[in-house]
Design a protein around this ligand. Sequence first.
Ligand SMILES: NC(=O)c1ccc[n+]([C@@H]2O[C@H](COP(=O)([O-])OP(=O)(O)OC[C@H]3O[C@@H](n4cnc5c(N)ncnc54)[C@H](O)[C@@H]3O)[C@@H](O)[C@H]2O)c1
Length: 270
Amino acid sequence: MGNNLLKGKRGIIFGALDENSIAWKTALKVKDEGGTFTLTNAPIAMRLGKINELAKECNAQVIPADATSEPELSTLFSKSVEALGGKLDFVLHSIGMSPNIRKGKEYGDMNYEWYLKTLDISALSFHKILQTAEKLDAMNEWGSIVALSYIASQRSYPDYTDMAQAKAMLESIARSYGARFAKLKKVRVNTISQSPTKTTAGAGISGFDVFFDYAKMMSPLGNASAEDCAKYIVALFSDYTRMVTMQNLMHDGGFSSTGITQEMIERLTK
Ligand SMILES: NC(=O)c1ccc[n+]([C@@H]2O[C@H](COP(=O)([O-])OP(=O)(O)OC[C@H]3O[C@@H](n4cnc5c(N)ncnc54)[C@H](O)[C@@H]3O)[C@@H](O)[C@H]2O)c1
């Protein structure tokens, strides 16, 4: 049982593919805290994933939308406002995909058509979502919009290739649109920079297990799990974080502020 932190709040959750997805855990947590929402994903993911199971558990309507398609986003926002009985208080962008990573391309051998697709799906879609929400006047005052990022936006990781640029762009969009939406409607816009997490998107990065273990060793609190992330997202959707906007918030067990840990020293001097 939750604490009714989101009682009376309505929203849209993008990106629940299966029970490992950060969006899946978030949907369960939001429901637990009294929020109501629609669930959405790309039409192809609907067929491959298990979103209908989640929808049943959360008593939520599923509305398919490719997050790169403005008309589909427009329909999604209009239908969500209608289905939920009013304007929205929260939106979660939990979307990422790189065809170059999927096809095992190295950073020195990028396919640029796919590169643009990576940026469109993983970053520009966030702008499209924000712009759609503004144009349809779909958000309530003091609403909260969150997207998920990764520290490879700021530091180099060999196998994260074009997703690093997508995350840098995503964080930049949160700052630029956050300034605009604050003035327009007091809506806040943030990204959460999450620890490596064992999900379909995470496991798609080659060498994932190594950087999962490395991050764990380099984070005083260990890696943040998908459940921990869901709780943080709930906090950002709640009224307890009203003055937080235009931030890239580290949710990483201390990784980003760590030089070296005792654990790592012991490991390297063994
Ligand atoms: N797993 C990690 O290690 C990790 C770490 C930091 C940040 N993140 C970020 O968290 C977010 C969620 O990923 P996850 O780890 O839960 O994995 P996931 O694979 O469960 O979720 C990714 C989602 O993106 C959706 N998607 C892909 N293309 C789409 C499109 N065109 N339109 C709409 N949806 C589309 C997929 O269907 C899927 O549901 C992503 O932004 C990811 O980059 C993940």
